[in-house]
Design a protein around this ligand. Structure first.
Ligand SMILES: Cc1cc2nc3c(=O)[nH]c(=O)nc-3n(C[C@H](O)[C@H](O)[C@H](O)COP(=O)(O)OP(=O)(O)OC[C@H]3O[C@@H](n4cnc5c(N)ncnc54)[C@H](O)[C@@H]3O)c2cc1C
Length: 405
């Protein structure tokens, strides 16, 4: 492809993977990464895990300076994109200048959801590296931490806080943590991992306000007050769609993109947490906030920018590390799917397969990532493995898969 210019807005996972994909596939035009944060592109999963607990930044950087120099990729930090011109694709940024572009990729991600009345000194959210640094400083031994939200981020922050010697109370508004994501039975099994590590898990407990009285925080909940030194709010994320709206793109629960990550305007693409994507395998739109999704969609978007005919059709996959356990999920289960459990939910490694008829639609595993690799194959190929084999810990699933393929 001859020289031109592509602008990758966001400076997160999407922008980084897209820049690498474009160069790997031979694009020799100008590439400009525009990110509003003061940092060069970095990845977020460690922010609630090893970077929060121990300040370990070894795996954080996504586009090392040497790589961007060698590959002639411009990285503009501290720069917010305001609008993409519908007329010529140029990107207007907040210093008043415009960057000419043949195509633009929006990877503006999502931001932490705020709860009204739950803010002020001592209240933390976790989306940015700077927020992880500030929270780590507050997680001193003996600190009383209230974690608002029993989702995956809530579990990870609770785990890191325990590692740092804090006492954690986790407040979950619903009857079981993670029930929305993996159902009540599996959610209860994961909550036990937290309780075994000493976390005080309180369900059906919604936070109302946080007030500061004489150096301590009082968290008012629907089940009474809880005292704290630190409050962390992890109640989901909201897609950053402002740029898309201001640029006249179609937006509905995220930036609307087709299976090729194309938006409603010819020159503009979107991927990652901000994209509400038509997933061919599921036959509907889905917006997820997963590292793998952001990476794979970014690669597809970059190839679409190059004019290649490629769709993103992978089963969604994510992981979480907490309390010394590795949790993984692949696929999308439906409310009426049956569940076949491999192992014992009460202890050790286990996997829950979800099935519609004899087809696996999703799987969730604790300390059994190898089963998730097989589940991924079963979802994409549609190969049926008998329930008895799925449930038998002694049966080799890879072998079963090969035998049936
Ligand atoms: C604490 C934490 C832990 C996580 N752990 C896991 C995990 O264990 N497993 C997993 O699968 N996923 C995990 N995720 C999710 C994963 O990190 C995200 O799905 C991924 O980062 C999404 O990439 P993205 O490029 O779409 O957005 P982001 O990485 O959020 O990057 C978007 C960037 O765009 C910037 N931006 C927004 N608007 C503009 C604008 N107008 N101009 C310029 N810049 C702009 C934002 O400030 C941000 O820097 C975690 C996320 C967080 C926050």
């Amino acid at each position: 492809m001859s020289a031109g210019a592509f602008v990758l807005v966001g400076g997160g996972q999407v922008a980084a993977v897209a820049a690498r994909t474009l160069r790997r596939r031979g694009y020799d035009g100008r590439i400009v990464v525009v990110g509003e944060e003061p940092h060069r592109p970095y990845q977020r999963p460690p922010l609630s895990k090893e970077y929060l607990s121990a300040g370990d930044d070894s795996g954080l950087v996504l586009l090392p300076e040497q790589w961007t120099e060698d590959n002639d990729v411009e990285v503009r930090t501290g720069t917010r994109a305001l609008k993409v011109s519908a007329a010529d694709g140029a990107v207007l940024v907040d210093d008043g200048s415009s960057i000419a572009a043949d195509a633009v990729l929006l990877g503006t991600g999502a931001r932490a959801r705020r709860l009204p009345g739950v803010d002020g000194e001592g209240v933390f959210h976790l989306r940015f590296r700077d927020e992880a640094d500030a929270l780590r400083d507050a997680l001193v031994p003996g600190a009383r931490v209230v974690m608002v939200g029993g989702g995956f981020i809530g579990g990870e922050v609770a785990s890191s806080a325990v590692d740092r010697g804090a006492h954690v109370t986790l407040l979950e508004a619903g009857p079981v943590p993670l029930a929305m994501a993996i159902g009540p039975r599996l959610g209860a099994a994961c909550a036990r991992l937290q309780q075994d590590a000493g976390v005080d898990v309180r369900v059906d407990t919604a936070v109302q306000t946080v007030t500061r009285t004489g150096g301590r925080l009082v968290v008012a909940t629907t089940r009474g007050d809880v005292e704290a030194d630190v409050v962390v709010v992890g109640v989901g994320a909201v897609p950053n769609t402002e740029l898309a709206v201001d640029s006249g793109l179609d937006v509905d629960g995220g930036v609307l993109v087709d299976e090729r990550c194309r938006t409603s305007q010819d020159r503009v693409f979107a991927a990652g947490d901000v994209a509400h994507h038509v997933h061919p395998g599921l036959g509907r739109r889905v917006r997820v906030e997963h590292f793998d999704n952001a990476s794979r969609q970014a690669a597809v978007a970059a190839r679409s920018m190059l004019g290649e005919d490629v769709v993103y059709d992978e089963p969604h996959w994510f992981w979480s590390d907490q309390f010394g356990h590795n949790l993984q999920h692949v696929g999308h289960a439906h409310a009426d799917d049956r569940m076949v459990v491999r192992g014992d939910l009460a202890e050790g490694a286990w996997t829950a397969f979800f099935l519609a008829g004899d087809r696996v639609t999703a799987a969730f595993a604790v300390d059994a990532g190898e089963d998730i690799a097989v589940a991924r194959e079963l979802i994409t190929t549609g190969v049926a493995v008998p329930d008895a084999v799925l449930a038998d810990r002694e049966a080799d699933l890879f072998e079963a898969l090969e035998g049936l393929a």
